[in-house]
Design a protein around this ligand. Structure first.
Ligand code: PEP
Length: 250
């Protein structure tokens, strides 16, 4: 089955109003007629402004985290309903930086993803092994445990995207080979078969993230189980991001 690729930009904690809206404008302009779906995930402060810039374009808007409750006494947090209200279709959850910086656990990620689904958002759930886990030969078991803990019962291939992001590859310029990455993607698809069934696993989009750049994107994206990319550093330069977009073909 052919899955339409998704190229998602995770801007992390980067961008002020002027440069953030200029970047979104450049992506919207250059991303017309793209061979894939495009998602940009700016910091929460820019969601409203970027939504305005994207109006009339097919580019989708996502956030980088959400709380699991709809509203209430959670200072500094943002609910899934608030993200929908500002125009988001997606939310990244369980990124390794949130797991490391904020001690997020698999079960919190699952709670957040379930709440995101209830609000009508597509959850981009991140999993990935550390370098020590990889060196110990534990990559597949670590990924299986993260999937079991982080993907809620409500997940379907329509409301969930999985992002495989080896922690040691994020922001380092290092990547697994395209074949190694594809093996992990195939493992993720097989592992979720019990939950999603034949049609669900065949339709599930699994993104690769971790130092994807214009120079390595075509090779990674040519792999049969790699259905797109979650891009950090290279999403901050329109030219680089659009070059990755151009490399993604169904
Ligand atoms: C990320 O953090 O999601 C990521 C993939 O970052 P980078 O592309 O910079 O490695």
């Amino acid at each position: 089955m052919s899955r339409r690729p998704l190229i998602a930009g995770n801007w992390k904690m980067n961008g002020l109003l002027s440069d953030g809206t200029a970047l979104a404008q450049a992506v919207a302009q250059g991303g017309k007629d793209a061979p894939c779906d495009i998602l940009i995930c700016p910091p929460v402060t820019l969601l409203g402004a970027v939504k305005s810039v994207l109006s009339g374009s097919a580019i989708q808007l996502g956030a980088q985290d959400c709380h699991w409750q709809e509203k209430g006494a959670h200072t500094g947090d943002i609910s899934p309903q608030m993200l929908v209200d500002v125009g988001c279709s997606h939310v990244i959850l369980g990124h390794s930086e949130r797991r490391a910086d904020h001690g997020e656990t698999d079960s919190q990620v699952a709670q957040k993803a379930s709440a995101a689904h209830q609000a009508g958002l597509i959850a981009v759930i991140c999993v990935g092994e550390t370098e020590a886990q990889r060196d110990a030969g534990d990559t597949m078991s670590v990924i299986s445990a993260q999937l079991d803990g982080s993907v809620p019962q409500s997940a379907t291939s329509e409301n969930t995207v999985i992002a495989y992001e080896p922690v040691w590859a994020i922001g380092t310029g290092r990547t697994p080979t395209a074949q190694e990455a594809n093996q992990v993607h195939a493992h993720i698809r097989a592992h979720l078969h019990g939950r999603l069934g034949d049609a669900g696993t065949a339709a599930l989009r699994i993104l690769y993230g971790g130092s994807m750049k214009p120079g390595n994107a075509a090779d990674l994206l040519a792999q049969p189980d790699i259905d797109g990319g979650l891009i950090g550093g290279a999403a901050l330069k329109a030219e680089d991001f659009l070059s990755i977009v151009a490399a993604a073909k169904a």
